[in-house]
Design a protein around this ligand. Structure first.
Ligand SMILES: NC(=O)c1ccc[n+]([C@@H]2O[C@H](COP(=O)([O-])OP(=O)(O)OC[C@H]3O[C@@H](n4cnc5c(N)ncnc54)[C@H](OP(=O)(O)O)[C@@H]3O)[C@@H](O)[C@H]2O)c1
Length: 267
């Protein structure tokens, strides 16, 4: 199309979430005009008719699908958004993805079909799930109840995820790259819980599903969590990757640092 928006703002989806909030703050700190959008701004992954008004004049976009890129249909929606972004002259696209999930991989591929130079930030399990995410209630209550507690996972600090994404949005040189972003070491969920002052307890997955349903979680989220804590916990993610080092030229933050800060904030 030959149309570019080199002077326009950077668009940040999921802007009040764990990653988007930090991506927005980092871009703003870099002096870059950035605009966060969520459903309260009228942006909805399920309402494509309104996408054009958010994409007009935009220079780059951070694509973080909610609730989860591993959900069925997510890839088609993010790919449609990427296609619309390209049609509006948005040059740089940075996509958040999940590690070791077939459906997340399919979503990455769907986006790469329409925008091959998209930067992919493929992440391990977020440390902040224990603080701001789905597991926060368990930690606050002192007992982390999960179907799997002894699988080692390289928990990644969302501050690192956001720094990688913001850098790829802010400067050239990251086009088409895949950054596999994890923490620097493996810890089991039981070890992570202990560092957060909680005790992990294993429960059969069906019992866990029933607990989540009783707590009022919607069925599609329960299916997703069950998938993440059964199939995806088969050992496939039991390794660290060096995406933080590659993108930022420094090692990833340690879980112990995150844990110390979380405990301090709670005190
Ligand atoms: N948690 C992990 O361990 C992990 C690991 C790897 C990858 N990921 C990926 O991270 C992504 C989620 O990012 P996050 O954790 O930063 O977000 P988050 O904390 O879950 O927050 C979700 C954000 O998206 C917005 N949102 C929710 N539904 C929306 C919709 N239908 N349309 C538009 N915006 C919507 C929310 O604001 P409103 O409610 O106001 O709309 C909020 O800003 C998922 O795709 C997941 O697969 C997560």
């Amino acid at each position: 199309m030959g149309m570019t928006n080199a002077q326009g703002p950077v668009l940040v989806t999921a802007a009040t979430g764990k990653t988007g909030r930090r991506v927005l703050a980092r871009l703003t700190d870099l002096g870059i005009d950035a605009r966060g959008i969520t459903r309260s701004d009228g942006f909805d992954w399920d309402a494509p008719a309104r996408w054009p008004e958010f994409l007009t004049g935009v220079r780059a976009a951070y694509l973080a699908y909610a609730p989860d890129i591993a959900m069925p249909g997510a890839g088609a929606k993010v790919a449609a958004f990427a296609e619309a972004a390209r049609a509006h002259g948005v040059e740089r696209l940075v996509m958040l993805s999940g590690r070791g999930e077939e459906t997340a991989l399919a979503s990455e591929q769907a986006v790469r079909v329409v925008a091959p130079d998209t930067t992919i930030v493929r992440c391990s399990f977020f440390a902040q799930n224990f603080d701001e995410g789905a597991l926060a209630g368990y930690i606050a209550a002192g007992t982390l109840t999960l179907p799997v507690i002894d699988m080692p996972e390289p928990f990644v600090d969302v501050e690192d995820v956001a720094e990688v994404a913001a850098k790829a949005l802010a400067e050239p040189g990251h086009e088409g790259r895949l950054y596999e972003v994890t923490g620097p070491e493996l810890l089991t969920f039981a070890q992570a819980a202990e560092l957060l002052g909680a005790q992990a307890i294993a429960v059969p997955v069906d019992e866990w599903r029933a607990e989540l349903a009783a707590a009022g979680l919607p069925a599609d989220l329960i299916d997703l969590l069950a998938y993440l804590f059964t199939e995806v916990m088969d050992g496939r993610n039991r390794s660290v990757a060096d995406g933080v080092q590659q993108a930022l030229g420094r090692p990833a933050r340690r879980f112990e640092e995150f844990a110390a800060e979380m405990k301090k904030a709670a005190a």
